[in-house]
Design a binder for this molecule. Sequence first.
Ligand SMILES: Cc1cc2nc3c(=O)[nH]c(=O)nc-3n(C[C@H](O)[C@H](O)[C@H](O)COP(=O)(O)O)c2cc1C
Length: 204
Amino acid sequence: MIKKILIALLILAVLGGIMALAHHVRVAQRNKKELANFAQETPYTAKLGKVLIIYYSWTGHTQDIAEQIATLTRADIYRIQTQEEFKSSPAFYARIKNELNNKIYPALVGNLPDVNNYDVVFVGAPVWWYTMATPLYSFLGQVDFKGKKVIPFSTQGSNPGTFLEDFNATAKNAQMGNYANFNNVGPEYNKAVHNKIVHWLNNL
Ligand SMILES: Cc1cc2nc3c(=O)[nH]c(=O)nc-3n(C[C@H](O)[C@H](O)[C@H](O)COP(=O)(O)O)c2cc1C
């Protein structure tokens, strides 16, 4: 009996591994196809006026994109910071899922930026559980964009879920510009990702 259970568990583990690998391969192929469109270097030509980049980043991916936008647009940059320093652990994922389900968003620290001083405001964050990372919910709950042009962006493993829809529903009085999202990819795609950013900015 125990032997049969062990064999069944082994089969499940192998199947799980095969499915995870197949997913990984599919995502890699999709990234390769998408970023092949941005192989060509494009000069930055956008004229966006006075720009502010607001972002939240836990592990650095969104920060990297935010900093590239800031360099290109010569923007001011504002990092959303949580009072609690989140520690990485398997339990963190379950905790965040629970907090999203119950609309529990973390306390933030730092003075809020004055969006009135800018022509365009970019707002970026990671996707957590197919929606916006909880610190972005905290932030958007405290800011009124008062008709300002707001451009959202996200970074994610592979699935942005309803980030944009949730952003639209939460950002108060924003005049929404074109959203862009960025999958986490390896350094071999650094140039293509940069070209994708330039292309996006030039077409806003
Ligand atoms: C709690 C949690 C949930 C996540 N959920 C998703 C998800 O639903 N879809 C996805 O593609 N990636 C998901 N990710 C991966 C992050 O979106 C991705 O790594 C992102 O680029 C991290 O940005 P950061 O480095 O700026 O924190 C999740 C990460 C965490 C920590």
